[in-house]
Design a protein around this ligand. Structure first.
Ligand code: LLP
Length: 440
C-alpha cells in the first residue's frame, strides 16, 4: 500500500506534482524551504478566506444577515491574518492586550472585537476601553466593577456579554451536574450564579448588558454538542426575560468545530453543522416564546488549521535495533507543543519519496533537550530517509505559531503566506538577537 496516495492528502489544498513532490496551496514545497529556510510555517491565504466565507455564508443563511462570526484569534495571531479576517468581514475574539494591539496595528476595527479572559487586570480593561474594543465578554463580578469604573472615567457606556457556563460536557453531549460546571470560566446556570451575575450586570450605569456567551470545548465533531448547548442557553435567555425582564440582544454560542489532523478523522461539513443548529435554535426560540437573539459564532481552529503546514529538515536518523527509529528535525515542541501537551495526532509526510509496504515506522522528534520533545509517534517514513530530507507536518495553522516558545532559547520560525502561486513573509524568522534583546 502506498500511504502517500490521496487518502493521505487529508486537506484539499495538498497534492503531489508529476515529480512526486508534495505541493501546498498549489506550490511545490522544496523551493519554499530553499527561499525561507526551515523550520517554516506556511499559510494558504486562499484557504483562510475560503473558511471565513464558508462560516459567514452559513451563519447568514441559518440565522439571518445580522449573525456574526468572530474569529478566535488565539488560534493564530499576527497582523496579516487580522487584515485578511477583516477583509472577509469577520469580527475577532481577542484575549489579551497583545492580541488587541496586534489587531489594532493591522487596522482592524476594534468595535468588531469581543474581549475575553477570565482575569482581565485593570490595565487590560483600560487598554481595551481606550482602544474602543466593542464588547467585553465578562467572566466575573470583579470584572464588572472594574469596567464600570474605567468606563466612567472615559465617559462611555461599555457593551458587554456575560460568559455563562451551560454545564455541557462536549464529550458526552449531555448537560452534567458537575464536571463542566467546575470550570475557571464563566458563571454556571445550574448553581444560580449565572442569574445572579445577570442581575448584578444590570445595575451598573456605565455598562450595557447585550447578552450572553458560552464556549463548551474544542475539536468537536458532533452537532449534538451545539444542539444541547444552544438549548440550555436559550432556556436561560427565556428565564432571564421572564424572571428579570431582560431581553437578550446577542447570544454567542462559541467556537470549537473540529478539524481533520489525520485520515481517520472526518472532514467536518461546517455549513451543514451550522444549518442543523440554526434550524433547531429557531424552533426552540419559538417553543420558548422568545425572539431569537442575534447569534455569533467564535471559531478559531477551523478557520486556520487546514490553511497551515510546517516544513522541517531532517537532521539525524537514529535506529535502535530491537526498539525503534527516531527521525530528528530542526524544529519540535518549540514550534508545535501540541503532541507534548495533548498527545495530538498529526500527519507527517516526506516532501519527496514514496512510502511503500516496507515503510519504516519512526518517531519524529524535535531538537530540544528533552525526551518529551516529540512531534509524532509511529510515523511511516521512506526507508532511505536521511539528513537533509524535507518533512511536512500538516494542519498546523491553529495553535502552533500562537503557542510557540523560545524553550532552549530556540528562535521561532517565520510565517510565510502563499497566495496564487506567490509567497510573501508575514512574520520574520526570529533571531538569537531577538531572543536576547530583553536581557539586561
Ligand atoms: N471561544 C472561546 C471562549 C475559546 O476559549 C476558544 C478556544 C474558542 C472560542 C475557539 O475554539 P476553537 O474553534 O479554536 O476550537 N490550545 C488548544 C486549544 C485551546 C482552545 C482554547 N479556547 C489546542 O491547541 O488544541
Amino acid at each position: 500500500m502506498i500511504l502517500t496516495k490521496n487518502k493521505e492528502m487529508i486537506c484539499e489544498n495538498l497534492n503531489r506534482n508529476a515529480d512526486g513532490e508534495l505541493c501546498f496551496a498549489g506550490m511545490p514545497l522544496s523551493p519554499l524551504a530553499e527561499k525561507y529556510g526551515t523550520p517554516l510555517y506556511l499559510y494558504d491565504e486562499a484557504r483562510v478566506r475560503h473558511n471565513c466565507r464558508t462560516y459567514l455564508s452559513a451563519v447568514r443563511e441559518g440565522f439571518g444577515e445580522a449573525a456574526r462570526v468572530m474569529y478566535a484569534s488565539k488560534a493564530a495571531s499576527f497582523k496579516r491574518l487580522y487584515e485578511i479576517i477583516n477583509e472577509e468581514g469577520l469580527g475577532v475574539d481577542v484575549v489579551s492586550c497583545g492580541e488587541i494591539y496586534t489587531a489594532k496595528l493591522a487596522g482592524f476595527p476594534l468595535e468588531n472585537a469581543y474581549f475575553h479572559s477570565n482575569n482581565k487586570t485593570d490595565a487590560d480593561v483600560e487598554f481595551a476601553i481606550k482602544n474602543g474594543v466593542g464588547y467585553f465578554v465578562v467572566d466575573n463580578a470583579e470584572e464588572l466593577f472594574a469596567i464600570d469604573e474605567i468606563a466612567k472615567e472615559y465617559g462611555i457606556k461599555q457593551k458587554i456579554m456575560l460568559r455563562i457556563t451551560p454545564g455541557i460536557d462536549p464529550h458526552t453531549y449531555a448537560a452534567v451536574a458537575t464536571g463542566k460546571v467546575d470550570s475557571k470560566f464563566g458563571s454556571a446556570i445550574e448553581t444560580g450564579q449565572a442569574k445572579a451575575i445577570t442581575s448584578l450586570a444590570l445595575t451598573f450605569e456605565n455598562i450595557e448588558l447585550c447578552g450572553f456567551h458560552c464556549h463548551v470545548g474544542s475539536q468537536i465533531f458532533d452537532a449534538d454538542v451545539y444542539l444541547a448547548t444552544s438549548k440550555v442557553m436559550l432556556g436561560f435567555v427565556a428565564d432571564m426575560e421572564r424572571e428579570l425582564g431582560f431581553i437578550t440582544k446577542d447570544l454567542d454560542i462559541g467556537g470549537g468545530l473540529g478539524v481533520r489532523y489525520i485520515a481517520d478523522q472526518p472532514a467536518l461539513d461546517i455549513k451543514a453543522t451550522i444549518l442543523i443548529v440554526a434550524e433547531e435554535m429557531k424552533k426552540d426560540a419559538e417553543r420558548l416564546g422568545i425572539a431569537l437573539p442575534r447569534i455569533s459564532l467564535e471559531p478559531g481552529r477551523s478557520i486556520v488549521a487546514d490553511a497551515g503546514l510546517t516544513l522541517y529538515t531532517v537532521g539525524t536518523v537514529k535506529r535502535i535495533p530491537g526498539y525503534k527509529s527516531y527521525v530528528s528535525v530542526d524544529g519540535g515542541m518549540t514550534d508545535n507543543p501540541r503532541f507534548a501537551l495533548y498527545g495530538s495526532p498529526y500527519t507527517i509526510l516526506p516532501v519527496f519519496g514514496e512510502i511503500g509496504d516496507d515503510a519504516e515506522i519512526c518517531s519524529v522528534v524535535g531538537r530540544c533537550c528533552e525526551s518529551g520533545d516529540i512531534l509524532q509517534e509511529n510515523v511511516p517514513m521512506p526507508t532511505d530517509i536521511a539528513r537533509g530530507d524535507l518533512l511536512a507536518c500538516l494542519t498546523t495553522g491553529a495553535y502552533h505559531y500562537s503557542m510557540a516558545s523560545n524553550y532552549n532559547r530556540i528562535p521561532r520560525p517565520p510565517v510565510v503566506m502563499l497566495n496564487d502561486g506567490d509567497s510573501y513573509l508575514a512574520v520574520k524568522r526570529e533571531t538569537i538577537e531577538d531572543i536576547i534583546k530583553l536581557d539586561i
